[in-house]
Design a protein around this ligand. Sequence first.
Ligand code: GLC
Length: 434
Amino acid sequence: MFDQKAYEQRVQWFKEARFGMFIHWGLYALPARGEWVRSIERMPESEYLPYFRSFSAPDFDPKAWAKAAKAAGMKYAVLTAKHHDGFCLFDSQYTDYKATNTPFGRDAVREFLDAFRAEGLRVGLYYSLLDWHHPDYPHADAHHPDREQPGVTNEGRDFDRYLDYMHAQIRELCTNYGKIDIFWFDFSYDQMKGEAWRATKLVRMVRSLQPGVLIDNRLEGSGEGFGSLLSGAPSEYSGDFVCPEQIIPPQGIQDANGRDVTWEACVTMNNNWGYCAQDHCFKPASMLIRKLVECVSKGGNFLLNVGPDERGRIPAESQAILKEIGQWMDKNGESIYGCGKAGIPKPEYGRLTRRGNTLYYHLMDAPIGYMALDGIRFGEKIHAYWLHNGQDANMDAGWVQGGYPGVTFVNLGPNPVLPDPADTVLAVERLEHN
Ligand code: GLC
């Protein structure tokens, strides 16, 4: 039976954290055409193995990653311990296809965990259910790079043996690396879902070895399908949160009973998860700040991706974006952490978030002259102050008030340009509700 109370407790830190870093890094950083390169280009493994032989990542510095994440205001991070290509960033005893057998020679997962924990961040591991290296993973399959090779077949491939391998690796990650806060499995498709992964057994093992861990919903779902978490009667392997990919759900996410579901939108900064040298279509920091706010205003988290390059560096564009987001978060973080839906319709000029009795008005499009405080009754006792400078708001609405008797206005002053072009935040504490 699904234990709602235990569930709520488990996800509490996650819902308070709101903002995390996704890190896609592996051999695919060398061809530098995204992490699906083998599948998209139908690249045989023989053409990919040279990257394994030359992977040296001379600038790999997870402490610098952790500092960048922390400075951006992120509270947790999820690293690809193994992606679909099957290459393991950790020192697994069950494969030779791992970082410790490359010229790099280090256990990147362990170093990532140490570095991020040292910065006080929660840590998560992404583990691909698909595996394009393991001989027993179906090759005649919707995604396998060899799917169009002449004569490709699944004959002689023992999927059970693959599952033994997968379960054993996940056990290693659960036992050899201290406390893991999130397991991010990826992904289910066609018949490959739920018990096809021996999901009940897997989830029981993970939860017994890592009590309190959060699990995503992709043992049943994917970026497009959300699984039984939405049914109101989740399966044992439904996971703890829904993870919409490259989209922020229009109304947040509710289950069949209308209850808000825990969710996390994962989004790339450019158009690739893994490093892609040609992809310079980066979203501006101001846009990403607004998207973070949008997630929080709809009751969700934002997991923003970086794809370090073949040397192990977070691309310069991404570093600059992280820095700019951090400058905004330094001043405005209180309108994000522990905040959620305001329960008031989205205002024309921006968005609303709320924590307890404090509403946060996110101004993205400057109103002319006065701003109406949606949800605040005229005359209600409030304390309104700007987050960017800590100053109390000017509540003197002057003659405008006459035409709108029930409305509470804030006077924005003589300058029509908002102090923060990305998002200027007004906090309104409702004193009568304390
Ligand atoms: C997808 C992709 C994958 C990426 C993930 C992130 O399912 O297969 O490359 O890691 O989404 O959400």
